[in-house]
Design a protein around this ligand. Structure first.
Ligand code: NAD
Ligand code: ZN
Length: 241
């Protein structure tokens, strides 16, 4: 990666209200497979075949087995310099908010506090019937896990394909995006509609937008600048405060 254009660095230096949107690409360097990369399969299943409520109803044990394997991968993974750079940015800018599509818990482990986990967190579970929810420790549990309150099946507390976002959470993100003067979009293919819509809110409201990705994405044409490279490498170059 070559040195960055001075104009880009100046935009980063002068920004006051920053929002970062991250996707699976930022965790790829921690060894967590992306959904759309070559490792995005488990057995013969694509993520889309398992991460939905119909599949869970048909075969909760199969879906839980997949989550247990992914939880193990996430537990063993370590935050990489990209996650650490994002966490550090909170103290560099007057306002900084992170919206992540990732469920792997690596941003919180890196120290990010101002964070919206748009699709949930893989280490949490909730009841399919009542309001019970809890955090899963490292102990193994029988599958499927059962709600201690009402004996129904517990599900991963993840927003699955086809499920609705929490409107209050989205509204809160939209407020922050509309007032942002710098938007960073990192490691997302832009194939999930809502994160793309959120990024567009900031772009249309006048934020200077920088995309960081190994490849081009559906957002590449819409941003001010597309920086081709790995998330950890490029983010460290953008730490100019
Ligand atoms: P995606 O799998 O669709 O796309 C990943 C993107 O990251 C691609 O555009 C790829 O070019 C880019 N990328 C890969 N390695 C990179 C690197 N080192 N540096 C920069 N960019 C890199 O991911 P998505 O857009 O986040 O959508 C997938 C959905 O699946 C999300 O909603 C997310 O919830 C979920 N998911 C989460 C995880 C996780 O928590 N780590 C992993 C896989 C999928
Ligand atoms: Zn219950």
């Amino acid at each position: 990666m070559q040195a960055l254009d001075e104009n880009i660095l100046e935009k980063c230096r002068s920004a006051k209200r920053v929002v970062a949107i991250t996707g699976a690409g930022i965790s790829a360097e921690s060894g967590i497979p992306t959904f759309r990369g070559k490792d995005g399969y488990w057995k013969s299943y694509r993520a889309e075949d398992l991460a939905n409520f119909e599949s869970f109803q048909k075969n909760p044990i199969l879906v839980w087995e997949w989550y247990q394997i992914r939880m193990e991968i996430c537990r063993k993974a370590e935050p990489n310099p990209g996650h650490l750079a994002i966490a550090k940015m909170e103290s560099l800018y007057p306002e900084f908010h992170l919206i992540t599509q990732n469920v792997d818990n690596l941003h919180p482990r890196a120290g990010s506090k101002n964070i919206t986990e748009l699709h949930g967190n893989i280490f949490t579970t909730r009841c399919t019937k009542c309001t019970y929810n809890s955090t899963l420790g490292s102990d193994s549990f029988p599958l499927p896990p059962i709600c201690p309150n009402c004996n129904s099946i517990l599900r991963p507390n993840i927003l699955w394909f086809g499920e609705s976002y929490d409107i209050k959470v989205l509204d809160d993100c939209i407020q922050k995006l509309r007032s942002a003067d710098l938007l960073l979009i990192i490691g997302t293919s832009g194939q999930v509609t809502v994160p793309v819509y959120l990024a567009e809110e900031a772009i249309q409201s006048g934020a200077y937008s920088i995309e960081i990705n190994l490849d081009r994405s559906t957002l590449s044409k819409k941003v001010n600048v597309h920086l081709q490279g790995s998330a950890s490498e490029v983010l460290q170059l953008l730490m100019v405060k």
